[in-house]
Design a protein around this ligand. Structure first.
Ligand code: ADP
Length: 461
């Protein structure tokens, strides 16, 4: 069927990020002038195109954006369009058609869903979908009131699917183009992960990190920009950093951050776990290091993340073991051997920056450092927002209060807290669950609310 080529009106806008609490709702905030030019009102659907085409419902800009030519998208939408923050995307008016059939699959490895297609149908009812997109069950999102019409907000606050946000890939959708699920759509859920075809990995984006706004900005400049625009740096004669050292206590999000930068830069991600690599037999550790460096170089643009670098590169003066000395030497050789044009950044994490070999911190090696601290109250609030995304919360839950009373908690503690609270909630309804059956019936799951008491119970554990 040949589409009639009508030159649609297009508007170009620069991509910026959506507030984390609005992430996953399938909305794009665009200037009123752009809405007028495309003949759109709030709640209408636009096609957003960069490397890929995706779609969203348009919503009025944040007050502080008034007059700016920006479009605010969440991390999944940025990946779906193939555009990072700062890139330009083209917007055009779009028609959505009711889907006859939509097939979803989990967007994460190791996530098996025995979900009911019904619940999925309700979660995504009316949402614009394009085959290949990664989408999130928005759950009981509490979108801020703002100036959004109540019906629109209600539609975006889709019912919860599970106790936590679930990311899914739209494996296929019929008919082609932008579709939405209605009463008649057949919805299928495949049990296992499907590699997205041309989209980027979306397991983690900047939206999944709380309290690290400044750190993300620093890393964007240091790592994301050189990875995405190597020509620019070459032309300016600036050597992008080879190595960046992240230091901070365990559980503050260093690994997650490195993954997010890789995903948002559309780069491959390689991980070396310090203690793990040390365990190998004579000569094996160096060989593994060489192999991973080689792979990462071949797959460039890439990010190679070395977790707990202090365990493989302790101060040479202080180590007695020959193995450690050889590995430090190997790592130095590999860092120095990277061609200037190789589009590879090595990010290393440590909790003890003073414990690593000084030679590693010389120019051309790990010569940039970023400190990641324990989050403050505002940071904890952001992290809570992220980990309760898609969680059906009781009306008595006060996330501000929880953020206030969790002094000293790092991100990993906050994640554990929300997980525990959800388990508390499930325990409460346990009597209603037929354990023989092994699964929780959707109607029961949908009735579950994680309450203030569940959080307090989790805090006591
Ligand atoms: P690190 O590498 O610093 O030890 P990780 O990145 O492995 O920490 O974090 C472990 C888990 O804790 C993450 O998967 C995430 O669930 C949670 N977490 C840690 N920091 C944050 C953060 N800043 N925002 C949101 N979640 C976080």
């Amino acid at each position: 069927m040949a589409d009639v080529a009508i030159k649609e009106k297009q508007v170009k806008l620069q991509v910026a990020t959506l507030r984390a609490e609005e992430s996953g709702a399938g909305i794009a905030r665009i200037p009123r002038s752009a809405m007028a030019e495309l003949g759109l009102t709030e709640g209408d659907v636009v096609q957003i195109s960069a490397k890929r085409d995706t779609a969203a419902r348009v919503v009025a800009p944040y007050p502080e954006d008034e007059g700016l030519e920006v479009i605010r998208l969440d991390g999944l939408q940025r990946a779906n369009a193939g555009a990072g923050a700062g890139d330009m995307v083209a917007l055009s008016r779009a028609e959505m058609r009711p889907a006859t059939r939509v097939t979803f699959a989990p967007a994460q490895e190791n996530l098996r869903l025995q979900g009911s297609a019904m619940a999925l149908k309700r979660s995504f009812f009316g949402r614009p979908l394009v085959a290949g997109d990664t989408v999130a069950t928005a759950g009981q999102q509490r979108l801020p009131a703002g100036d959004m019409p109540p019906q629109l907000r209600q539609m975006l606050n889709a019912p919860a699917y599970a106790l936590a946000e679930v990311r899914l890939i739209v494996v296929s959708a019929n008919p082609k183009g932008i579709v939405y699920i209605d009463e008649n759509t057949e919805v299928e859920l495949l049990a296992e992960y499907q590699e997205p075809q041309d989209a980027r990995r979306t397991d983690v984006t900047y939206d999944d990190l709380g309290g690290l706004g400044d750190t993300i900005n620093q890393l964007r400049e240091m790592v994301e920009l050189p990875l995405r625009y190597p020509e620019l740096f070459q032309r300016l004669g600036v050597d992008p950093p080879r190595g960046v050292l992240l230091h901070g206590p365990p559980g503050t999000g260093k690994t997650r951050l490195a993954r997010a930068v890789a995903n948002e830069s559309d780069a491959q991600f390689f991980l070396i776990n310090g203690p793990e690599i040390m365990g190998s037999a004579y000569g094996e550790s160096e060989k593994r290091l060489r192999e991973i460096f080689e792979q990462a170089t071949k797959s460039a643009p890439s990010i190679l993340f070395i977790d707990e670098i202090d365990s493989i590169a302790p101060k040479r003066g202080q180590v007695t073991g020959e193995a450690e000395k050889r590995i430090v030497a190997q790592l130095l050789t590999l860092m120095d051997g990277l061609e200037p044009r190789t589009n590879l950044v090595v990010i290393a994490a440590t909790n003890r920056p003073d414990a690593i070999d000084e030679a590693l911190r010389r120019p051309g090696r790990f010569d940039r450092e970023i400190v990641i601290g324990v989050p403050d109250e505002k940071g904890r609030r952001e992290i809570l927002g992220i980990h309760t995304r898609g969680m059906p919360l009781g009306d008595d839950v006060d996330l501000d209060e929880l953020a206030r009373t969790t002094f000293g908690f790092v991100g990993a503690d906050m994640a554990a807290l929300t997980r525990e609270a959800a388990i508390e909630a499930v325990r409460r309804i346990m009597p209603k669950i037929d354990l023989e059956e092994g699964t929780i019936p959707p109607e029961v799951l949908e009735g579950v609310r994680v309450t203030r008491d569940d959080f307090l119970g989790a805090l006591k554990r």
